[in-house]
Design a protein around this ligand. Sequence first.
Ligand code: SF4
Length: 291
Amino acid sequence: MDYVGRIYRPPSEARSLLLQVSIGCSHNGCAYCDMYTDKQFRPKDMDQILRDIDEAAAAGPQFHRMFLCDGDSLILPTKRLLQILSMVQEKLPWIERVGTYGDTRSVGRKSPQELEELRAAGLGIVYHGMESGDDGVLDEIVKGGTAAECVDTAKKLRNAGIDHSVIVLLGIGGVARSEAHARNTAKVLTQMDPPFVGALTTTVLPGTPLFTAQEEGRFELPGKFRLLEELRTLVAESHFSRCRFSSNHASNYLPIRSELPRDQKAIVKILDEVLARRDERDLKPEHLRGL
Ligand code: SF4
């Protein structure tokens, strides 16, 4: 398989075949992100994609899921995506689900009919780094979308029958907007009602605009227990039909894996106990955390 530069995928796609169909991220502007700053966004050469699909076909049914890299492959024209997905269906019939990153911009550009065509061609899940449901925070981090657009995105994906996995970032509002960030994110998640939500913890990476803001005193990452209070607000104030809600990413201080609303009371109770004790031994040690 041909990969240009560093490759990223959601944790839950660890056992998926990674097919790079675009290089970099078309937005490449989020204040906390350094994933694709060394790559100029462009579609991957189609002949190379087809060679990769042939290589995977020759290797046989080793993978049953596929993830399309890089940062926001859903921004590619629908015609191109359908061409890739139809080749996957033809040559790798054992692939049961294809996933990709997408957001308000890429989903917003697709018509309901285009999304249905993509689902029929095998697109089963879109991972959406929403990060926050607070418009002030979204603006500060240059996310390129609004809370209302996140709700539209969820509706369009649901209507097309495509699963929606939403990623939110604990701490991304800083100390100043911590409460507004948590409460408004819970409110927007309730309106979105996605089947999957993953809470990650913000890491301030050197070289990013967020790092500069921190250096200049314009951003302060909330402390560990304040981050857990944000998590508690998300669990307690979000209301879902049925959602697998997790905070088991390596960046988090307290991993939880839950199904909401079924586990809501139990998770809130655990968080309340940890918050009452304020004992760092309850939290994942720094050296075990990862990005
Ligand atoms: S859309 Fe995703 S990949 Fe692109 S800059 Fe933002 S966080 Fe990074």
